[in-house]
Design a protein around this ligand. Structure first.
Ligand code: PLP
Length: 394
């Protein structure tokens, strides 16, 4: 018998969609995989060099639990640059991906039964981690407001048990970028109601058009003492497999994270630490810029194809790496009495050879997430097939 805890969460819905796409690719000749939360790219030269140098220097030992001091100092300089404030190394923890930073955050903040506000649709791991930490996710629906939470809806969801609000901008899966006023209002609410803000800015490098990414601590500096900033290099440097991220937070949080991390993973992979340190020390952002341009171009290609969709509004895709479709108006045309986006995903895989992630993974049964982090030719083929199939439904 396993612990009861194991029944309170399933494995990540996005990972499951990915596995289904791979499985289908085995049995049919070609599947265009739009499920991945990662960016197709070669390795950044600075990262390659940093890692190879570390290996050639025989690096093989544990580092400090929270990462090498030089790396934490370099990360503090990055956060200082990003926020326009002064951050010190003792306010930084290097982690095994942003996912571990988020996990640390929930584990050090939540007591059993504490509630965490999560704007919905939400990245599936936010709610799972709250549950694992013994807390209760409380979802605030954002669909009627272009996927940005209304402050009155957040306020209405607060109880005396509310402990934290998750703010993920640019947002996965919706692609919404929170505007200055929304961030101001959330920060003020957090201050007035004594709440923590878990601020996930993993997609900060990918914002389009007139949209801008605002770190919440820059918008309202007084919220900094109750904010945990979470970021990493999986998206900004296309380094998903290297598992390197960080959090920036008040020192008391970082101290608690040190204790927790010392009993879980210890330090993040040392070669990845050296690689990121080398990258940050070079202060060479050409690779980041290249990826941001690549994504902006793929987004443009995708938006123009998706504009031919009948009955499905064009996604806004203000930031991030995903198109998020609202299938509500298409529902009457779902095949064979299908009810949710799960069935749409199954049909798309069978009829178009296109793999997508159903919104059910994000608490939205009528949403569909399509990643545009794949090579542009594949994206074009995949989206064209998807549009043909969905437009063909009567
Ligand atoms: N936060 C968000 C919003 C994400 O979408 C992801 C990955 O998809 C992560 C965090 C985790 O990233 P990492 O690979 O750094 O653990």
């Amino acid at each position: 018998m396993l612990a009861r805890r194991t029944s309170s969460f399933g494995s990540s819905g996005t990972a499951a969609a990915r596995a289904a796409a791979r499985q289908a690719a085995h049995s049919r000749q070609e599947v265009i995989d739009l499920t991945a939360g990662e960016i197709w790219s070669e390795l950044a030269p600075t990262i390659r060099e940093g890692a190879i140098n570390a290996i050639n220097n025989g690096v093989n030992r544990y580092t400090d639990t929270l990462g090498m001091m030089e790396l934490r100092e370099a990360l503090a300089r990055k956060v200082s640059f990003d926020t326009g404030q002064t951050w010190k190394a003792d306010e930084i923890a290097a982690t095994t991906g942003a996912k571990q930073a988020l996990f640390n955050a929930t584990m050090v903040l939540l007591n059993p039964g504490d509630e965490v506000i999560i704007p919905s649709p939400y990245w599936t791991t936010f709610s799972a981690q709250v549950v694992i930490a013994g807390g209760k996710p409380v979802f605030v629906d954002t669909r009627s407001n272009a996927y940005v939470p209304r402050i009155q809806d957040i306020a209405a969801a607060l109880t005396e048990k509310t402990r934290a609000i998750v703010v993920n901008t640019p947002a996965n899966p919706s692609g919404a970028v929170y505007d200055f006023d929304t961030l101001t209002a959330i920060a003020q609410l957090a201050i007035n109601r004594d709440l923590w803000v878990i601020f996930d800015e993993c997609y900060a490098n990918f914002v389009y058009g007139h949209h801008a990414h605002h770190p919440i601590v820059s918008v309202v500096p007084e919220v900094r003492s109750r904010t945990i900033i979470v970021n990493g290099f999986s998206k900004s440097l296309a380094l998903t497999g290297w598992r390197i991220g960080y959090l920036a937070a008040p020192k008391e949080v970082v101290d608690a994270v040190r204790a927790l991390q010392s009993h879980t993973t210890s330090n993040p992979n040392v070669i990845a630490q050296h690689a990121v340190l080398a990258h940050l020390e070079r202060a060479d952002v050409r690779h980041e810029s290249k990826l941001a341009l690549q994504l902006a171009s793929s987004r443009q290609i995708g938006l123009s194809i998706l504009s031919s969709l009948r009955r499905i509004p064009a996604p806004r895709a203000q930031g991030g790496i995903y198109f998020y479709l609202d299938l509500s108006n298409l529902r009457p045309a779902f095949k064979n009495g299908a009810a949710t986006a799960d069935d749409v995903v199954t049909s798309l895989l069978a009829d178009a050879g296109v793999a997508a992630v159903s919104g059910t993974a994000f608490g939205d049964p009528l949403g569909l997430r399509l990643s545009y982090g794949i090579p542009p030719e594949e994206l074009e083929t995949g989206l064209t097939r998807l549009v043909d199939v969905l437009n063909g439904w009567k």
